[in-house]
Structures are given as C-alpha cells and as structure tokens.
Ligand binder design. Sequence first.
Ligand code: HEC
Ligand code: HEC
Ligand code: HEC
Ligand code: HEC
Ligand code: HEC
Ligand code: HEC
Length: 305
Amino acid sequence: MRWFAAAASLALLVVAFVVMVRAGVGAAPSDQRDVEAGKALYARNCAPCHGAAGRGDGDSAAGLATRPADFTDGRLMNRLPDGFFVEVIMHGGPAMGLAPTMPPFRGNLNEGQARQIVAFLRRLAQPAFRPGEARPLVTPAHAPVQPIFFNHVIHAGSFQIPCQYCHADARRGVFAGLPSVERCMGCHKIIGAQDNPEIQKIHGYWNRREAIPWIRVFKIPEFTYFAHKPHIRAGVECQTCHGPIDRMPRVGADNLGAWIPNDLLNLVRVRPDARPFTMGWCINCHRQEIAKGAKAPLDCVTCHH
Ligand code: HEC
Ligand code: HEC
Ligand code: HEC
Ligand code: HEC
Ligand code: HEC
Ligand code: HEC
C-alpha cells in the first residue's frame, strides 16, 4: 500500500498547488497587496458606474448612452496595456478619444493608486489575463494631431478590426487608402453618437457631405514609385514598414527622424534627419528578399519611372 499512499499524497500536492495558483498565492505578496488596495479603491470610485463585479452595470450607468466598460470581457480588455488604463483613469475618456462620461481621477488618485486598480481589474477578465499579453503603448515623437482623434489601439488593438477592412486598397493597388466617412458611419451611426464629441465630428462631416481631412503621415518623394499590392501579396506585414500601429494612440512615423511636412521640403533638400523610408531601406530589404528567392527589384527604373 506504500505506492498508493505516495501516489495519493502526490495527487494532493498537485491539487493544493493548483488551488494555490488559482488563488494567486503563488504571486509575490506585494502584488496581492496591490490587488487588495486596488479592489478597495475600485469599490469607492468606480463601482457606481462600472458595477461591483466590473460588468459595466453600476447604478449610475443606467443614465449613460455609452456603457461603462465591462472589465470582465477579457477578449477586449486583455489586449489593452496597463498604460492605456492608467491614462484613461488619470485623464478621463478623452485622453484616448473615449467619451467624457468617463471622468478624470487625477484630482483624487495618484498614478500608483491607478496602477493598483489596474492590478485588480486584470483579475476580473475572462478569459484570464496573461502578463505580457498586452504590449506597451507606442507614442511616436512626430504624430500630427488629426481632425478626429481616431485611436488604432481601440479599433485595431482591442476590437481587432483587420487593417485591410479599413485600408482596403492595399492588396489591390498602389495606395492602401483610408476609409470613407460612410465606412465610419457603418459603425458610428449608433456607437458613441450621443455622448462622444469625437464621434459627433464624424456625423458633422457626414451631414455636410465632406471627406475627413486626415493629415498624411508616411510619404516618399514624388519621383519614386511604391505600390502596396506586390508587398502585401508577398506577405510583408504592415507593421514591418509602419511600426506597431495597433499600439499607437496617435499614428506617427516612430522610426522616422521627423515627420515630413511636404514634398517641397524634400525638393529643396531641407531634409529632416535620417529616416528609414529611404532608398537604402527599400534596397536592403529587396536584397534580403532576393536571397530568399523573391523578385524584388534593384534596377533604378522600377522605382524611378
Ligand atoms: C461616472 C461614471 C464612471 C465612473 C465613476 C468611472 N467610469 Fe470608467 N468609464 C465610464 C464610461 C461611460 C466609459 C466608456 C467610455 C467610452 O467607451 O467611450 C468608461 C470607460 C473606462 C475605461 C476604458 C476601457 C476601454 O476598454 O476602453 C477604463 C479603463 C475605465 N473606464 C476605468 C475606470 C476606473 C478605474 C474608474 C474608477 C477609478 C472608473 N472608470 C470610473 C464611466 C465611468
Ligand atoms: C467595425 C466597426 C467600426 C468602424 C468601421 C469604425 N469604428 Fe470607431 N469605434 C468602434 C468601436 C467598437 C469603438 C469603441 C467604442 C467604445 O468602447 O466606446 C470605436 C470608437 C471610436 C472612437 C472613440 C475612441 C477613439 O478611437 O478615439 C472614435 C473617435 C472613432 N471610433 C472614430 C472612428 C472613425 C473616424 C472611423 C472611420 C475612419 C471609425 N471609427 C470606424 C467601431 C468602429
Ligand atoms: C476602423 C478603421 C481602421 C482600422 C481597422 C485600421 N486603420 Fe489605419 N487608419 C485609419 C484612419 C481613419 C487613419 C487616418 C487617421 C490616423 O492617422 O490616425 C489611419 C491611418 C493609418 C496609417 C497612416 C497613414 C498615413 O497617413 O501615412 C497607417 C500606416 C495605418 N493606418 C495602418 C494601419 C494598420 C497597420 C492597421 C492594422 C493593425 C490599421 N491601420 C487599422 C483607419 C483604420
Ligand atoms: C514594404 C513596406 C510597406 C508595407 C508592407 C506596407 N506599407 Fe503602407 N506605406 C509604405 C510606404 C513607402 C508608404 C508611402 C507611399 C507613398 O508616399 O507613395 C505607405 C503609405 C501608407 C498609407 C498612406 C497612403 C496610402 O497608401 O493610402 C497607408 C494608409 C498605409 N501605408 C497603410 C498600410 C497598411 C494597412 C499596410 C498593410 C496592409 C501597409 N501599409 C503595408 C510602405 C509599406
Ligand atoms: C527599391 C526601390 C528603389 C530602387 C531600386 C532605386 N531607388 Fe532611388 N530612391 C528610392 C526611394 C524610396 C527614394 C527616396 C528616399 C530617399 O531619398 O532616400 C530614392 C531616392 C533616390 C535619389 C534621390 C536621393 C536624394 O538624396 O535625394 C536618387 C538620385 C536615386 N534614388 C537614384 C537611384 C538610382 C541611380 C538607382 C539605381 C542604381 C535607384 N535610385 C534605385 C527607391 C529606389
Ligand atoms: C520589408 C521588405 C521590403 C521593403 C522595406 C520594401 N520592399 Fe519592395 N518588395 C518587397 C518584396 C517582398 C517584393 C515582391 C517580391 C515578389 O513579388 O516576389 C517587393 C517588390 C517591390 C516592387 C516591384 C513591384 C512589381 O510590380 O513588381 C517595387 C517597385 C518595390 N518593391 C518598391 C519598393 C520601394 C520604393 C520601397 C521603399 C519605399 C520598398 N519596395 C520597400 C519587399 C520590400
């Protein structure tokens, strides 16, 4: 019966371990203290709107057109990094383009407390949040202020709307293209229309039959030819050339020395500093692709005709 006793105690150990991990006993004790502190802060400051269990169904939520976020929805929440939450908690919804009915708490809470709340919120998500799942926000140095605060972190990051749903010409043409106002309205006729001023701006353009005057970010000089189609067909990812757009609250050329205001500056050779959207950058990748058997051009006329 010795083997049985041994097996039974082993099984008990395994069960105990699983229970401990589930209960978070395995985590560092200071983490657990943060979660407890965050829980108390949450109950006092957030539960009236976001609900005691974090489902976005607090007593004060009933009067709000845009529902407070449901923190139990891991599919949406787990892709948002801590920095996103802290920013919204301290500076309110508009800091990320969201509705101002999410108030700023910088008057009542410090950043350490905001982080404690986030530590607590992470425990509510189903499926469970895995540390490292959400990579940090990227804030490029040269991101123009756009006519509408359109946030890729929400659309492409949290909601996972495919890049090519909005940039639909990328696989078939020279340009990737920007979505029409009609495409935005497809979702925003209803979403956010009542209490988000950024979304109300879309309705303004729509009612006036105007296009949204987005400011161009990535650009190569007029005398060069670049087409998206062959690159997308060859399986080059958008992020390889544009950086982690899905983690940028505001799109900018993070890897360029400067945002290029217009071609005139290029023409008169008042050049911003080094930037990878240079000929050397194109050619380097083409050389590597050729080594792998692709037919990426190196001859001058293909890129300069
Ligand atoms: C007066 C009601 C109210 C209170 C109080 C409130 N919120 Fe909110 N919160 C909202 C609303 C409404 C939204 C949704 C905004 C939107 O989607 O445009 C929101 C959204 C958020 C978001 C964005 C989530 C996402 O996925 O985009 C975070 C994070 C958040 N709240 C955290 C908190 C925390 C933490 C507290 C307490 C410190 C808190 N909120 C208190 C109403 C509130
Ligand atoms: C497939 C549906 C869909 C499309 C298309 C779409 N959105 Fe959104 N948008 C959403 C969802 C979902 C949210 C999140 C709402 C929330 O949590 O409050 C959102 C949030 C927003 C917000 C508030 C947060 C932020 O990102 O700043 C703005 C502004 C916005 N959208 C602008 C636009 C614009 C401009 C377009 C067109 C270029 C567009 N959206 C296209 C679904 C969509
Ligand atoms: C819901 C629609 C939507 C989705 C999804 C979306 N984008 Fe965008 N994208 C826009 C809008 C609107 C702009 C212009 C405003 C801005 O720069 O933020 C833009 C701008 C850009 C730009 C800069 C264009 C320029 O002016 O040089 C790049 C690059 C880009 N998106 C890449 C991506 C990638 C990569 C993804 C997927 C990870 C993606 N986008 C997903 C709507 C979308
Ligand atoms: C091989 C590098 C490369 C890849 C891959 C790439 N782009 Fe681009 N993209 C560029 C360059 C270069 C420009 C500037 C082109 C110009 O000025 O004519 C640009 C411009 C843009 C623009 C603004 C002008 C336009 O074309 O509408 C958008 C939006 C854009 N890219 C989105 C995307 C999306 C979305 C993907 C993935 C589906 C993608 N790009 C993949 C290099 C790339
Ligand atoms: C894969 C595409 C590609 C090929 C092949 C290519 N170029 Fe370029 N070239 C570019 C791009 C993109 C730029 C603009 C960015 C820059 O100035 O670096 C450029 C810029 C230039 C400039 C302007 C440089 C400056 O500093 O203003 C000259 C001159 C030039 N190319 C000549 C050539 C010659 C000659 C060849 C053939 C030996 C060639 N290119 C092959 C993409 C290419
Ligand atoms: C990350 C890698 C990468 C970068 C960066 C890159 N390319 Fe390419 N390029 C490719 C690949 C891969 C192909 C297609 C190979 C194939 O079709 O087999 C290609 C093909 C092309 C073609 C041929 C199109 C055709 O119709 O045959 C042109 C033109 C071109 N690239 C221009 C550029 C220019 C201009 C730049 C810089 C602004 C650039 N590329 C940057 C990987 C890259």
